[in-house]
Design a protein around this ligand. Structure first.
Ligand SMILES: Nc1ncnc2c1ncn2[C@@H]1O[C@H](COP(=O)(O)OP(=O)(O)O)[C@@H](O)[C@H]1O
Ligand SMILES: [Mg+2]
Length: 243
């Protein structure tokens, strides 16, 4: 469902000069699979996900989403994906229900489809209790749930989530993790980024370890552990990246 091949992104930065944020990475992610991009701050995770979701153009390389090239037909790609970015904004004066409805309309959904989908999503994300209050009054965990519901209202086959649980309370992050699992079980292709090793271990079918714009290892968590001869991803990460 997602095929990234030799994907690169270079930024021109006034202070730092040329920054190779993503430097020739390749990976694949299938339907019914959770794929994790695991790496520290500055590794290139967000830049990679922004290229997949067509909000940034690759400097070189290609990414195919469901057989469609992100650079050639970005609009077609956008209908296939739900993208949650770190700065997905909420309209403070709208309620969750109003805002998600608004995005459903933007995707051309009918009022009855929107209603059905909202009922399902709000129940999966445990949002019923705060769905009709203003967004500006919500906690960060609640806000993140609204952003997730908003990003997948059109029921896309591919979900791209940038650090979906970073900085959230335990309960919200548990619900979001369960939501991601459910999406996978429904046959979606989910790619998400995290810098939290334990989360990657818990949630991912496969991971890619990314550092300084490059992928250092990829595979099932168990494979990576047995390849490195350690029993947790943190040690594996240090071993792989340190070499
Ligand atoms: N718009 C930009 N302009 C200049 N440099 C950028 C820009 N976006 C990201 N970078 C740089 O690219 C590198 C990778 O960033 P990012 O993809 O945000 O990493 P991550 O999400 O893994 O923390 C970092 O060095 C970051 O400072
Ligand atoms: Mg990031």
């Amino acid at each position: 469902m997602i095929q990234a091949k030799d994907l690169s992104k270079t930024f021109k930065d006034k202070k730092r000069g040329t920054v190779k944020a993503v430097d020739g990475i390749s990976f694949e992610c299938k339907a019914g699979e959770i794929f994790g991009l695991l790496g520290p701050n500055g590794a290139g995770k967000t830049t990679t996900l922004r290229m997949l979701s067509t909000s940034l153009k690759p400097t070189s390389g290609t990414a195919m989403i469901n057989g469609v090239d992100v650079a050639e037909e970005p609009e077609k790609v956008r209908g296939q994906i739900g993208f949650l970015s770190g700065n997905t904004g909420l309209y403070g004066r709208l309620t969750a229900r109003e805002m998600v409805t608004y995005f459903g309309k933007l995707y051309g959904m009918s009022a009855s489809d929107i209603k059905l989908r909202i009922d399902k999503l709000f129940s999966m994300l445990d949002m019923q209790e705060f769905a009709d209050g203003r967004n500006e009054k919500l906690s960060s965990g609640m806000k993140q749930k609204v952003s997730i519901a908003r990003s997948v209202i059109h029921d896309p086959p591919i979900m791209v989530f940038d650090e979906p649980t970073t900085g959230l309370d335990v309960m919200s992050s548990r619900t979001i993790v369960q939501f991601i699992r459910k999406c996978r079980d429904d046959g979606k292709c989910v790619i998400f980024s995290t810098h939290i090793m334990s989360e990657a271990t818990r949630l991912c079918d496969r991971i890619a370890i990314i550092h300084k714009g490059k992928i250092f290892a990829d595979g099932a968590v168990d494979e990576i552990l047995s390849r490195t001869g350690v029993d947790n991803l943190e040690d594996a990460f240090i071993k792989i990246v340190g070499e």
